[in-house]
Design a protein around this ligand. Structure first.
Ligand code: HDE
Length: 707
């Protein structure tokens, strides 16, 4: 990474300055790990040119040994991830609710590191699989690290952490043959789901478009559990955390996701990295649903049950602050792989509730990190180190990096001057919320956790028609991959408790028996905030547009389209059959950004076809270009054609569309396909930008499109 960019972006960030002490550049002569210069790293030391290698070759042994130990265990879940640094700033003081310093001072800029992840697949799996996404944020506050370890869905599969190993075993690749990778579409998961009805609400989310985010920059984050804020007076307020991307919550479609998994398995990782390198920093707003302690029991579900949301129509989400991610890590392993998040990393003013899933998490993260990061000193790793001072008597262990001075390593002591001494509340000591608890030791789930279906139905009812179609298709796909008919059948019976019509339609698609009657009537309630149809749809910022070009292209069309889209923050890439440049109709050269065989329509948000008669003829005769357009159409992507480019659309295998006719100046928009012929294309650009801001033309009928 260039120094100039880093300096420009990160000046004044405590964490960045701290990381500087750990950054190294390999810009001297080659040395061993002990600093001895090396003159030959290609030939091992041997007895004679063709003789055996000598044990005394310390350089060979060190080099190979280090290599042999380069790998650490991957995370048991969330193994595949991508991270970025940035900052968080609260809008107004929340000191009424919490004593957390970073939430109390609007002038304070708190450095953060965020890691996004998939859950099921291993480190090398594809980004665009159908899965939940992790959204974990580490706030390096002045009072210590606070981790908000969330997901992009607001509920979870199970209610009690003791079920987590069972759930994860069921969802991971099957134990006998380690298949499938990065996929939930297999028997063991659905066997578990059918037998464990508390999964149903989350399964509705997992079968929805939420499981196919267009980008990490376009997905929500949720803390899932109900947490507790505690103010200076020790008063608690129950809270659910929400992250909302400023670009809106948008998704891919399933066929596209599967193809991207082959065309660019790093799709989300690359998108995050490139957006930050371009200076188009991902932004999220932090929101809170705040519930006074006295209202804890005012709901028809239990706030401690992590399979439930609080509908936003009941408790609105209050926007409280903003997070911007503006710096890529410099070393994937050192930072993104070694970062250690933990729900129990809290700061004064943030506390837990008795959610049984959260309680188990508070045990699990440290436990797993002890083995993953090789011992108890992983908080000393650069990415994990707090910017707050650390001072205690915890000593020794593998890879101890500190040289603790002094004789006293115990408390209380007089030999070390009584240090480290105990902090009091005024010094910012953490104090646990004094919740009254009283109960018999018992292994029993509360009856208030018993309703597994009402909110699954609420979610389904809240979706738009196209979202419901996607859910139906997802159930049919996933269950269609299950070999055991009884596994399919049991899930259908469960679905009948969510929505009878859905259960019947799923059953019909997978050869199962449709339930003959409703299990329970659909309660008919909905929560519009849950539908992606109601997300932000007014910006094309950072959207990727493929412009198809060939010799004879109208250079003006290319230049003006590029300029207008760039003004709006969209990125246009010129694709052609070969790298370098194409010749325009008037003999000028147009720079090609990518050879079209190295990319695919699935990697773009929209397609543009410029004018130029020869270009149009060439594109019509080019199967790659024709398929590009057809496939983009299939995936409901906006398509724009200018002048002779309109003829290309008329000649590729698309359903009948209304297109701009010759000798008219009309901008025609039909199912997200925008066309125009004429010199003044401002109206075309405007209409196209509106369609693109809407993400996809969901009204488009695509079933018959051969792509
Ligand atoms: Fe996690 N989870 N989890 N989880 N989780 C881990 O910790 C666990 C749960 C989440 O980018 C592990 O360091 C249990 C809910 C994220 O590094 C592990 C239970 C939510 C990440 C673990 C849950 C999450 C993890 C694996 C049920 C959303 C990735 C490696 C009681 C609110 C963090 C590690 C990163 C990672 C345990 C349920 C989110 C094994 C026992 C609910 C985003 O400790």
């Amino acid at each position: 990474m260039s120094e100039a960019r880093r300096d420009g972006v990160t000046d004044g960030d405590d964490k960045d300055r701290q990381l500087d002490s750990a950054r190294t550049d390999s810009n001297t002569a080659l040395t061993t790990n002990t600093g001895v210069p090396v003159e030959d790293t290609d030939n091992s030391l041997r007895a004679g040119e063709r003789g055996p290698t000598l044990l005394e070759d310390f350089h060979l042994r060190e080099k190979i040994t280090h290599f042999d130990h380069e790998r650490i265990p991957e995370r048991v879940v969330h193994a595949r991830g991508a991270g970025a640094y940035g900052y968080f700033q609260v809008y107004e003081s929340l000191s009424h609710y919490t004593r957390a310093d970073f939430l109390s001072d609007p002038a304070l800029v708190t450095p953060v590191f965020v890691r996004f992840s998939t859950v099921q697949g291993s480190r090398g799996s594809a980004d665009t699989v159908r899965d939940v996404r992790g959204f974990a944020t580490k706030f390096y506050t002045r009072e210590g690290n606070y981790d908000l370890v969330g997901n992009n869905m607001p509920v979870f599969f199970i209610q009690d952490g003791i079920k987590f190993p069972d759930f994860v075993h069921a969802v991971k690749p099957e134990p006998h043959n380690e298949m499938p990778q990065g996929a939930t579409a297999h028997d063991t998961l659905w066997d578990f789901v059918g037998l464990q009805p508390e999964t149903m609400h989350m399964m509705m989310w997992a079968m929805s478009d939420r499981a196919l985010p267009r980008s990490f920059r376009m997905m929500q984050g949720f803390g899932v559990h109900t947490f507790r804020l505690v103010n200076q007076r020790g008063e608690g307020t129950l809270v659910k955390f929400h992250w909302r991307p400023t670009l809106g919550t948008h998704s891919l479609v399933w066929d596209e996701s599967q193809k991207i998994a082959g065309k660019d398995p790093d799709f989300h990782r690359r998108d995050l990295w490139e957006a930050i390198e371009r200076g188009q920093y991902p932004e999220y707003e932090l929101g809170m649903q705040l519930v006074p302690e006295r209202s804890e029991h005012d709901f028809d579900f239990d706030l401690l049950d992590p399979t439930k949301i609080i509908p936003e129509e009941e408790i609105p989400v209050t926007p409280v602050g903003r997070m911007v991610l503006n710096r890529n890590p410099e070393n994937f392993f050192a930072e993104t792989e070694q970062v250690a998040f933990h729900t129990a990393h809290v700061v004064p003013g943030i506390d837990f509730t008795n959610d049984p899933l959260l309680q188990a998490r508070n045990f699990s993260y440290l436990d797993t990190q002890l083995i993953r990061l090789g011992g108890p000193n992983f908080q000393q790793l650069p990415v994990n180190r707090p910017v707050a001072p650390v001072s205690n008597n915890q000593r020794d262990g593998f890879s101890q990096h500190h040289v603790h001075r002094g004789q006293a390593n115990y408390f209380p002591n007089s030999l070390g001057g009584g240090c480290p001494y105990l902090a009091n509340v005024d010094d910012g000591a953490y104090q646990h919320y004094q919740e009254r608890v009283d109960g018999a030791k018992i292994r029993k789930r509360s009856d208030s956790f018993a309703d597994h279906y009402s909110q699954a139905t609420l979610f389904y009812n809240s979706l738009s028609e196209w979202e419901r179609q996607h859910v139906l298709a997802a159930f049919r796909f996933e269950l269609g991959k299950c070999e055991h008919m009884h596994v399919r059948q049991r899930v259908v019976e469960r679905l009948n408790n969510v929505d009878h019509d859905l259960a019947v339609q799923v059953a019909t698609g997978i050869g199962a028996d449709p339930p003959s009657e409703e299990a329970v009537g659909n309660h008919g309630r909905s929560s519009p905030a849950l539908s992606q149809a109601n997300t932000v749809r007014d910006t094309v910022y950072s959207r990727q547009i493929a412009l198809l070009a060939a010799d004879g292209v109208d250079a003006n069309d290319v230049r003006r389209f590029r300029e207008v889209m760039a003004e709006r923050g969209a990125v246009v890439e010129v694709l052609a059959a070969r790298d370098g440049e194409v010749r325009s109709a008037d003999g000028a050269s147009v720079q090609v950004d990518r050879q079209n065989t190295t990319v695919s329509s699935v990697l773009y948000d929209a397609v543009a076809v410029p004018g130029g008669p020869d270009c149009a003829t060439a594109l019509q005769g080019d199967g790659t270009a024709a398929f590009f357009i057809t496939e983009a159409f299939k995936h409901a992507k906006p398509i724009v054609a200018m002048n002779d480019g309109v003829d290309v659309l008329a000649n590729v295998p698309l359903p009948r569309l209304r297109l701009a006719a010759p000798d008219t100046d009309e901008v025609v928009q039909d199912q997200g396909v925008v066309t125009h012929r004429g010199a003044d294309a401002q109206g075309l650009y405007r209409t196209f930008a509106d369609v693109l801001a809407g993400h996809r033309a969901w009204e488009r009928a695509v079933a018959a499109v051969p792509a």
